[in-house]
Design a protein around this ligand. Structure first.
Ligand code: GDP
Ligand code: ZN
Length: 327
């Protein structure tokens, strides 16, 4: 028997486990995974993945034979390690972290930024619902307040009542034909933003409940082509941003601090009380926001604690002779 034809394509949508793959000639084809990929959950294709597929004769679906190496990826990790890490999207260029301007949760923002930087992509922050601020001065005041958290990442305030603000974001995504991933808690206005970028209702928006939590109905994940160029992936339901040992993400999110730290007298300086600390010197010289250093130190400590707890749990498990439990 002849080997079946193989082609490469991109997973543009994933729902109910069946990837929709766009081929080089723009044809879209429903696919299933080859049996060898079904077992290794990490090899299952996600939105954005480049895949090699075969097209067996007389079969209505393509078969994904291989998921090609990922340039960037968004991975949800379970801090307790009971569940395997889960990749949610791959091969994007920009992560857009959305927070509502009138109710910024800085603790959550710093975690989202670490998570965003850990993907390996560029990162920017979007403050939504800017129309809820009384004046441009008030918008500027919020900006100044969170500048320390955001560091060198780009920051943009937008509103669904201000077309120009949405077009600025559209321009950033279109520049370089980027694929962007949008993250943020439910109710921040992600669906509204995607609809504005597309220019029509492609995502259902949800009324925020009385408790401000909002609901979410989106189940599938897909790459949405934008009219002015580039693409966007809405990432609903990224919950539980618990910290894991996120050293890499923290390092990338706080590269300015890490650069300064190279000049600290002690290599393991914690930048809290050591003499000869270049990071604290920068704060004192007004070159680094104190809130940014505080946030960095806190995240580092939490990350170290998670690591210790996990190693402890592993030791206990191995002493009992139990294999690692997966749920
Ligand atoms: P999602 O859960 O992040 O997708 O958020 P939605 O897009 O569903 O929006 C949640 C709520 O915020 C809806 O009631 C929207 O009408 C409202 N909303 C979204 N964008 C804006 C905005 O720019 N300004 C104001 N005032 N409300 C907005
Ligand atoms: Zn130091």
């Amino acid at each position: 028997m002849d080997a079946p034809v193989t082609e490469t394509g991109v997973v543009v949508k994933l729902d109910r486990g069946f990837p929709l793959v766009r081929l080089a000639d723009d044809r879209e084809l429903r696919c299933e995974h080859a049996t060898s990929l079904v077992k290794g959950s990490d090899q299952r294709a996600v939105v954005g993945d480049n895949v090699r597929i075969s097209l067996p004769d007389g079969h209505d679906k393509g078969i994904i034979e291989e998921t090609l190496p990922r340039r960037t990826s968004f991975v949800r990790k379970d801090p307790t390690e009971r569940a395997l890490p889960q990749t949610l999207a791959a091969n994007f260029d920009l992560v857009i972290v959305a927070q509502p301007i009138e109710d910024i949760n800085t603790r959550r923002l710093e975690r989202e930024l670490v998570l965003a930087h850990e993907t390996g992509a560029e990162v920017m922050v979007v403050l939504t619902k800017a129309d809820l601020m009384a004046s441009p001065e008030e918008v500027e005041a919020v900006r100044a307040r969170i500048d320390g958290f955001v560091g060198n990442d780009e920051l943009l305030a937008i509103s669904d009542r201000d077309e120009a603000s949405v077009q600025r974001l559209a321009g950033i995504i279109a520049d370089g034909d980027k694929t962007a991933v949008l993250i943020g808690r439910s109710g921040v206005g992600k669906s509204s933003l995607v609809n504005m970028l597309v220019g029509s209702e492609v995502q259902k928006t949800t009324e925020v409940r009385g408790d401000g939590k909002g609901r979410h109905t989106t189940v599938s994940r897909e790459i949405i082509d934008l009219p002015h160029g580039g693409r966007i992936i809405d990432m609903p339901g990224v919950r539980g941003l618990g910290l894991w040992d996120a050293d890499e993400g923290i390092g990338a999110a706080f590269s300015d601090i890490e650069e300064l730290a190279a000049s600290c007298r002690f290599r393991d300086c914690t930048h809290t009380s050591e003499p000869g600390c270049a990071v604290r010197a920068a704060v004192e010289a007004g070159e680094l926001a104190p809130s940014r250093l505080k946030s960095y130190v806190r995240l580092r400590e939490e990350s170290a604690q998670v690591k210790t707890r996990r190693e402890e749990a592993e030791r206990i498990r191995s002493r009992r002779g139990h294999p690692r439990r997966r749920r």
